[in-house]
Design a protein around this ligand. Structure first.
Ligand SMILES: N[C@@H](CCC(=O)N[C@@H](CS)C(=O)NCC(=O)O)C(=O)O
Length: 205
């Protein structure tokens, strides 16, 4: 069974790969700069990263890609076929995308100098803004802490909900967002970034 890969960004900005490369490989790397190159807009008109090209089929939206890859590989453990188990994974994915991931992003913007269209490091960091943002997002992170299973994986066993969250949780190592007030979230992050597949993905930020 092939492991799922987590798309990561390059250590330094790269020229975007031509479409032929995209269709040969499952993942290609492109810079954050806007506007996106024409070949990428043709792949994903919305322009967000990532997009997957798999044997002629093109798919964008990271959670849709995760669902597709888990189903393609018949990884019932990662994305259960059982309706109620699957619903729990979907619920967590939606909560992550709509509520929790945006809270982390609020902190990432000043911590990592995110500038729209230029990405992380696109501008200078603003460390003075961090304490107020950490306080503002604390209620959301406390809520998350109450939802994450104390055993490590978000739902008590490793699923695509964990895969979806892993890059953002990993990024707290760079932003230095203090997760110690949220022990379940901290344990979740530490268990995910210690996984062999995550280390092999060689995440950069
Ligand atoms: N909902 C989309 C979000 C895509 C997205 O915003 N990706 C980020 C990279 S993780 C991006 O493209 N950022 C660059 C930008 O907004 O210019 C997904 O989950 O795939």
């Amino acid at each position: 069974m092939k492991p799922l890969s987590i798309p990561t960004r390059p250590r330094s900005p790269l020229r975007s790969a031509p479409p032929t490369t995209v269709f040969k490989r499952q993942f290609a790397i492109l810079p954050f700069d806007l506007p996106r190159p024409g070949w990428y807009v043709a792949v994903n008109p919305v322009g967000g990263i990532p997009a997957l090209a798999d044997d002629g089929m093109v798919l964008a939206e990271s959670n849709a890609i995760l669902r597709y890859l888990a189903a393609r590989e018949q990884r019932d453990d990662l994305y259960p076929g059982h309706l109620r188990d699957r619903a729990a994974v979907d619920e967590f994915l939606d909560r992550w995308a709509l509520t929790f991931r945006p809270a982390f992003f609020r902190f990432e913007v000043p911590a990592l100098g995110f500038v729209a269209g230029r990405g992380m490091g696109g501008g200078p960091p603003d460390p003075a803004a961090l304490p107020a943002i950490a306080e503002a997002i604390a209620p959301t992170l406390r809520m998350l802490d109450g939802l994450v299973d104390p055993s490590g994986p978000a739902l008590g066993r490793f699923t695509i909900a964990d895969v979806s969250a892993a890059p953002v949780l990993y990024r707290t190592m760079h932003t230095r967002l203090d997760l110690s007030p949220y022990p379940n979230v901290e344990r979740w992050r530490d268990s995910l970034i210690a996984r062999k597949a995550f280390i092999a993905a060689d995440p950069v930020l």
